[in-house]
Design a protein around this ligand. Structure first.
Ligand code: PNS
Length: 161
């Protein structure tokens, strides 16, 4: 069985993340979406809130997707799950430097683990959670950027419900 770990801050999950998850679920036997901590970013949502949103928006008809949260080194999470692939979305050339560094440091620490990049669909290539939060915080329209459940949670967070 080929298991892939799809880690991220998911603060919050966007349609771009979902695009990667659904496409990857057709390639790998199992996708484990892991809510991990990025020490460089301060989260808007708690881990429980992120988990709630992901569980609510993921297509329940797909039985090879699991969601977990994890604190610590990602490679430890990959090993605990007996997986050997880290899946990351690559949007544009601007992602390349950060993603390559991330993949290489993980490879240095855990040579048995491979990082696989999936290029984001063109329609989501401009999208990330930070942009969604900025628009939502200014009461802009985020309808096509996140699922309706996440849109509602963002509006509540910023007091626009
Ligand atoms: O969505 P993001 O913020 O780009 O995801 C980054 C994340 C959370 C996957 C990354 O920061 C991570 O793996 N954090 C766990 C700690 C770790 O293993 N860091 C990489 C080695 S320094």
């Amino acid at each position: 069985m080929i298991k892939a770990i799809y880690p991220g801050s998911f603060d919050p999950i966007t349609n771009g993340h979902l695009d990667i998850i659904y496409r990857a679920s057709k390639i790998f036997d199992k996708i484990i979406v892991v809510i991990a901590e990025n020490t460089k970013k301060k989260s808007l949502f708690s881990t429980d809130e992120k988990m709630d949103m992901i569980l609510n928006v993921i297509n329940k008809g797909l039985h090879n997707i699991e969601v977990q949260s994890f604190r610590g080194l990602l490679i430890d999470c990959v090993r605990t799950n007996k997986a050997n692939i880290i899946l990351r979305g690559m949007r544009a050339i601007s992602d390349f430097e950060y993603e390559t560094q991330f993949a290489l440091i993980n490879k240095k620490m855990a040579p048995e683990i491979e990082t696989v990049f999936m290029v984001t669909s063109t329609k989501f290539s401009y999208l990330n959670s930070s942009i969604v939060k900025e628009i939502a915080s200014l009461n802009g329209c985020i309808r096509e950027l996140v699922p309706p459940y996440v849109e509602k949670k963002l509006k509540n967070k910023y007091g626009f419900s």
